[in-house]
Design a protein around this ligand. Sequence first.
Ligand code: ATP
Ligand code: MG
Length: 171
Amino acid sequence: MSLGLVQVYTGNGKGKTTAALGLAMRALGHGYKAIVIQFMKGWEYGELRSASKLGLEIVRFGRASFVDRNNPAEEDIEEAKRGFRFAYEVLKGGEYDLVILDEINVAVDYGLISLDEVLSLIEIKPPHVELVLTGRYAHSKIIEKADLVSEVMEIKHPYRRGIEMRRGIDY
Ligand code: ATP
Ligand code: MG
């Protein structure tokens, strides 16, 4: 049994979600079953189109608008809760070898789902399932529970020079 640990990709630099997608690509190549559950994402990311070609499932929860951290809309909270319930069922089912909860750390930081809810996902994870939690601001309790934690640190980002989100690179 080679899978079964908990990984966290956090930090303020670019490359967390794409690292998780790269990991999924690798796992799929060895015949593992993988699913990406995205939180706070309603936009048309390129990976939604390419995933089906690889046999990767991506399920999105969220709206195509930014969430107000100080005053999240009821709909944003409801979407995140739906995502949480979906993730709970997926993990409990044990059907997938690799489960990626994309931006779940941000959903916790914004108060859309509780820290305890995320910790419960780590608790119920079947032993063979590799679980990946991405997003900035990973809670210290989540970091404590994880086996592998990578922090992507921004040294430079073209955004600073006024270069906006680029199709195929940022989404
Ligand atoms: P990616 O999805 O490209 O791997 P990410 O998951 O590390 O990026 P997030 O924190 O999820 O980054 O941010 C989402 C969006 O913001 C992405 O389009 C990403 O390119 C962009 N982004 C990431 N880091 C920065 C940064 N330091 N400054 C500005 N934009 C950023
Ligand atoms: Mg991301």
